[in-house]
Design a protein around this ligand. Structure first.
Ligand code: SAM
Length: 294
């Protein structure tokens, strides 16, 4: 174990630090700090952190989870947007020599470059109690920018964890489910009630682990087009696929051709996106490309 034993992760210590620095919570940054050491241990276990790992933590707050990560991992980059937290992090993490505190907006960072510089381009692990207002852009950014990743283990809103795991026919199934499942295998490691945070969020939370695939589970010639089709299909979820895709210029096929492909695939012409699997979306997109080129 590297560095001192983590001492944050309980209400008393958290309040002590907050008072020492007269810290004022910024609602706009989605600040809900973890104050339960059992939850922190569960996150570290779910992420399977070893000394071989380089971990990127998004939003370290006062450094609570960072202490646990630094104790278990080879190296940690802690990326925090709130300037007021930087001196606090320098204090709470002063005993660890394997942490880089980075004052940045994670959405503006080139994490591929960070992985290159800090981990020689080898896959990194992302572990975070995410700011809920930007959960989707953070996760989609990691996937779409092809940051080398072995896993993402994050605290998210319970409802978002449900969406990530959902399959066809469920009310939670949507563009996020398909995008996540194209890149990774989701697994909920823990449900976390509001009293594990300070201040308490208004919603339940869950720790979800996304184990990234070396190769996506479906093959498709135009990945970008696949996601344009998926997004359009769920934009108005009550629309049939034919109507939902009618205005997707990029697709370059007519409504009649959409119906033709659905027939060829043995699907109903009135099928909705919410009933289609990832495999079917991929096949549909490939057939559309084929038809366009014919
Ligand atoms: N990891 C800490 C914990 O568990 O106690 C804090 C988690 S809190 C839910 C989210 C953290 O993300 C806050 O510290 C917040 O300031 C930070 N944050 C919000 N938006 C961010 C952004 N765009 N880039 C980096 N950090 C951000």
């Amino acid at each position: 174990m590297a560095g001192p034993v983590p001492y944050l992760g309980n209400p008393q210590k958290t309040i002590e630090i907050l008072n020492k620095y007269r810290f004022v919570f910024q609602k706009k940054y989605g600040q809900n700090f973890l104050i339960d050491c059992h939850v922190l241990e569960k996150i570290i276990r779910a992420a399977e952190i070893t000394e071989e790992d380089y971990v990127v933590e998004i939003g370290p707050g006062i450094g609570t989870m960072t202490q646990y990560l630094a104790s278990a991992a080879g190296g940690v980059a802690a990326i925090e947007i709130d300037r007021a937290l930087i001196p606090i992090l320098q204090d709470t993490l002063s005993g660890y020599d394997n942490v880089d505190i980075i004052h940045e907006d994670v959405l503006k960072m080139d994490l591929r470059r960070l992985a290159e510089e800090k981990n020689g381009g080898r896959p990194i692990k992302v572990v975070a109690n995410l700011p809920y207002y930007i959960t989707t852009p953070i996760i989609m950014g990691l996937f779409e920018k092809h940051v080398p990743l072995s896993s993402i283990t994050v605290m998210v809103q319970k409802e978002v964890a449900d969406r990530m795991q959902a399959g066809p026919g469920s009310k939670d199934y949507g563009a996020l489910s398909l995008a996540v499942q194209y890149y990774a295998m989701p697994y909920v490691a823990a449900n976390v009630p509001p009293n594990c945070f300070m201040p308490r969020p208004g919603v339940g939370s869950a720790v979800i682990r996304l184990g990234t695939y070396a190769e996506p589970p479906v093959k498709v010639t135009d990945e970008e087009l696949l996601f344009a089709v998926i997004r359009a299909s769920f934009n108005q979820r009550r629309k049939t696929l034919q109507n939902g895709l009618a205005h997707v210029q990029k697709l370059g096929i007519s409504k009649e051709q959409t119906a033709q492909i659905l027939r060829e695939m043995g699907l109903s012409e009135s099928i909705r996106g919410e009933a289609m699997t990832l495999q079917q979306f991929a096949e549909f997109t490939d057939r559309a490309v084929g038809l366009r080129q014919a």
